[in-house]
Design a protein around this ligand. Sequence first.
Ligand code: G4P
Length: 517
Amino acid sequence: MQETSADVSSRRTFAIISHPDAGKTTLTEKLLYYGGAIQMAGTVKGRKSKLHATSDWMAMEQERGISVTSSVMQFPYRGCLLNLLDTPGHGDFSEDTYRTLTAVDSALMVIDAAKGVEQRTVQLMDVCRMRSTPITTFINKLDREGRDPVELLDEIESVLKIRCAPVTWPLGMGKSFRGVYHLEHDRVRLFADGEVIEGLDNPRLDQLFPYEVEHWREQIELVREASESFDHQQYLDGELTPVYFGSAINDFGIRELLDDFTDHAPGPLSRDAGRRVAAEESTFSGFVFKIQANMDPQHRDRIAFMRVCSGRFEPGMKLHQVRTGKDVKVPRATTFLASDRSHADTALPGDIIGIHNHGTIIIGDTFTEGEKLHFKGIPDFAPELFRRVVLRDPMRMKALQKGLQQLCEEGATQLFRPLIGSEWIVGAVGALQFDVAAYRLRNEYGVECSFEPVQVFTARWVECDDAKMLERFKSRNESALAYDGTDALAYLAPTRANLDITQERWPDVTFHATRDR
Ligand code: G4P
C-alpha cells in the first residue's frame, strides 16, 4: 500500500525537557492518558510507591527514584500519532539526553512556576537552539504559590533567549488559582470543576468571582498589549515559544496544551545527511541515536533505537548499514507503545524503531536502502570524569571486556584503551554513571568490579592532516594516548596545564572536545 503524505505529516516526534522535579514525569503520564495509552486516571504515583511512571523501567531507576534511560512512547491523539522520547532528568545522563534531542522534531519545555528557569533547562535549551528545535512551554504547578507570570516570561526571554507568546494565562495562583484563560479562543476553564466559560466579559465570571474578575480583565488587557502574539512560522524557526500555564498533577491546562501542540508542532522534518533528506522521500533512511542493552532481563537483548527519516520500514526488510557497507536483514523490529514493546508492522518517518543486534550497530549509524548517506550532528562529548576499571575476579576478564564494550556502545560511558598497559579507563560526564555501570556489570554480566581514581583531567580526540606529524605526536605522547570504543585516537590529559602546553607544542594537531559520529 502506498502511504499518503498525510500519514507521514501526522507524526509528532518530540521530547519533554525540564529541570528535575519540574513535573516531566507527571506531565508524561497525563499525555499518555489523553492518548489512551495508559488506563490510569487521577494522580501520579509517588516515587516511593510500588507503581511507577510508565517511562521508568529499570530496577535501578526504581531504587533511586530517578529516570536513567530514555524510553520511547507512541500514542494517538486527535488524528495525530505522537512519538514521545523520554529523556533522563538527572544531570549525569546528559549525553543520552542530548543525543535524544537530535532525534526529535520539537520539544515541550516544563518550568516550575515557583522556581522559574533552572540550570538544566538552560543546558537543554542550548542543545535545542543548535538545531532551532521548535519549543512549546508549559509553566507548571500553578496550584502552588509561584512567581508572577509576567516575571516568569521575562526570565524565559532573557535567560533562554527565546521570545514568549502566552497562549493561556493563569487566573490567580496557589490558593486563589481559579483557572486559565485561552487568549486566542477567548475562553476560561475553571480549576475547581473544569467548567468552560466563553468570553472574558461573560457575566458568569462576575457572578462567580465578583472580587477578582476586574483585576483579571485589566491584567489580560495588559498582557495582550505587552506580549507577542503567536506566530506559527517564528515558532517553527525556534525563535518564539507559545506558553501555557497549568498544573500537571491536577490534570489542568494540559488539554489546551496538547490540542495546540498537535496542531502546531511540525511533522517529520528534513535532515542533513550529506544532502538534505526529506521525510516524503520514498526510499528508507534512518539513524541510530541510542543503544540500550538488556532492557528486558528475560531476553537479554540489545536494542538500537533508530529514528526513521524517510521512506517506510517493514519487517523483513533488508537495510544497508552505511558505515560497514553491509546489508542487514531486519526480520523484526520493535515499536514502542506506552506500556510494552510490540513488534512494528510499518514505521514511517518520525517513528522510532528498535532493532535487535549483537553489537554490530553503534550510535550514529545510518541505515538506507543502498544510498551512502550519513546523518550528521549526533555528538560524543568529552567525558569529565575518569576511573580505571579494577576487576575483583581475574577469571572474569572476558566477561568484563564484553560488558564494558557493550555499555560504552550505548553511549552513557566511554571506554578508553591506553596505548601502553592493559588497564582500561572509563570516562563519564557524571559520577552516577559509574554506579550504573558497576550495577549493570554485576547484574547483567555477572562481573564484580570497581572504578578507581585515575590521574586524567579530560580527553580530547586528536586529528592531524599530516600523517608523519601524527606519528611523531603519537610516539612522543604514547603514555597519554588511548583508543576509544570506535578506535578513534584520544589524548588523555592528566591536568589542564598539561593540555594547554601540549596544544601549544603541537599547533598542527587538533584537539576536539566533541566528536560528531
Ligand atoms: P520530574 O519528572 O520533572 O522530575 O518531576 P515529577 O513529575 O516527578 O514531579 C516532581 C514533583 O512535583 C512530584 O512530587 C510531583 O508530584 C510534583 N508535581 C508535579 N506536578 C505538580 C503540580 O502541578 N502541582 C504540584 N503542587 N506538584 C506537582 P514529589 O513529592 O517529589 O513526588 P511524589 O512522591 O509526589 O511522586
